[in-house]
Design a protein around this ligand. Sequence first.
Ligand SMILES: Cc1cc2nc3c(=O)[nH]c(=O)nc-3n(C[C@H](O)[C@H](O)[C@H](O)COP(=O)(O)O)c2cc1C
Length: 207
Amino acid sequence: MVLELPAPELQNSGSLARCIEERRSVRQYTKVLLPIGVLSQLLWAALGVTGPGQKRATPSAGGLYPLHLQIVVQRVSALEPGTYEYEADSHSLKLVANRVPEEAVQELGIGDQPWLKEAAIVIGVSAKLGDAVRHFEPQPPQGERGARYVYMETGALAQNVHLQSTALGLGCVLVAGFDDARVKEVLRLPSNMEPTALLCIGQRRDI
Ligand SMILES: Cc1cc2nc3c(=O)[nH]c(=O)nc-3n(C[C@H](O)[C@H](O)[C@H](O)COP(=O)(O)O)c2cc1C
């Protein structure tokens, strides 16, 4: 049986429906600096604390919150280029490495993905995958459930960032085709953390 759903409400249902409709993967950016307030808004939408008990913007299985964000800053006002770590509890950034050369950012992608080096920022999503796997080990299928949850949470986070970018008039693309070893090196990830996604964001060049 096929049930035809009512048409989505796009005119008067607030901005969320418009953002869902307008969201596209955008891979061309201007050279304009992103205001730091915009970066703040994007990180909040990704993993910001939004409620009592340190609850976050993105849901997390068992409230484990295994995801972390490292941001390669290439063009943000009032912020030196470099790699930063997002500290959600204090909604702050910690510098972890100085400016990453453009070529090194470009080489994070599998194949030719120039949007990596052209983005104002690349948000790296990473996870303590082993912790998540161990935490959910007793649940079937053993050894797999924790990893599944990590990738689901990454998807939820990525969509929050996509929609927030759309709401701000920015371009964003999720890059999951990346070289794990290179990403670990550039994001300065400790050995117990694995990269799960990259999000390239900048002022869109097509408008
Ligand atoms: C899991 C996943 C991985 C993706 N990886 C890449 C990628 O490595 N590089 C890229 O340019 N786009 C990537 N994309 C974006 C898709 O190409 C894009 O979502 C698709 O073409 C549909 O277009 P739209 O997002 O504009 O609606 C990825 C999307 C998803 C959901």
